[in-house]
Design a binder for this molecule. Sequence first.
Ligand code: ATP
Ligand code: SF4
Ligand code: MG
Length: 323
Amino acid sequence: KQPVLELQHVSVGYDSPAGMVQAVNDVSLTIYENTIVGLIGESGSGKSTLGNAIMHLMKNNAVLTSGTIKVMGKDVYSLTKNELRKFRWSQMAMVFQSAMNALNPVLTVEDQILDVFLSHDKSMSKKEAKKRARELMDVVSIDPRYLKSYPHELSGGMRQRVVIAIAIALDPKLVIMDEPTTALDVVVQRSILDKIKEIQKVKKFAILFISHDFSLVSELASKVAIMYAGRFIEVTDSHSLMNAKEHHPYTEGLIRAIPHLTAEEVTIEGIPGNPPNLVELPTGCAYHPRCRYANELCKKKRPEMRHVDTRDIECHLYETVQK
Ligand code: ATP
Ligand code: SF4
Ligand code: MG
């Protein structure tokens, strides 16, 4: 299988008055064609920062402080502005967090889709672009008559489908989806997810699916990266994620935080404490202030990534377990 996305030791910081916010801290990951990889973590763990960094669409105060990001074998940060403009959307695309509210309110759905086709292929006729727009509406199951509508005339679910349609318009090899269903109610969420799965099966692009919804990601993705304070603390296949007895202590906490529906009650056990300050990370393992297993070593030394069976786990505990 061909690697579509290769992250090697990627770190991204935000320049802030308080110092450098280490939002993404030395992460590595490869995503192959035709696979869905999930990215899970609490709010503020660096998920969107990483997604935006892959697209080379970062906020003004963001800096790629180390590492390389390759998409389809090309270093995204070595492309010229012009090459990058062509590369985006045709090779890699992103559905941004709360993107459905970011559609241009004064343009019809059709004009926004036409814009994607016509700006990337100057030789395409308007007639051809209109035909493609109709086909695209078909793919995301929206009646083509809505092409003439303005975003506010569509439901939230339809707007999100339009955003997905725009992302996949040029058949990119990598699609990053940042919380694509979070703002929608459960029933609509389900139908969008089914649609994403269906399209992916046909088009075979790779998806990096960002979410904080554990059960949703483990259902959709074949592999899952779990992010804590800017680091991947566990990268695992979804089967092990749901079935393994042992996990990284943070993953274990997340699993415990999935609502358990029993006959009498719903119990949710959150992880005590808060994510750390990303300007001044805790010494050693960044999770140690919240970890129920933390020992002296955890406070002093940052654990290295360990390969355990089919999983990569960053925890001292696993180091000893493996010996
Ligand atoms: P969420 O689940 O809430 O979307 P996230 O995992 O996507 O969270 P990011 O948006 O990537 O998290 O933010 C990572 C960290 O970077 C957070 O601590 C956030 O406060 C910080 N951050 C984000 N943007 C900036 C910025 N422009 N300047 C300084 N810090 C920022
Ligand atoms: Fe907990 Fe130590 Fe493992 Fe960090 S390294 S997760 S503090 S046991
Ligand atoms: Mg985010």
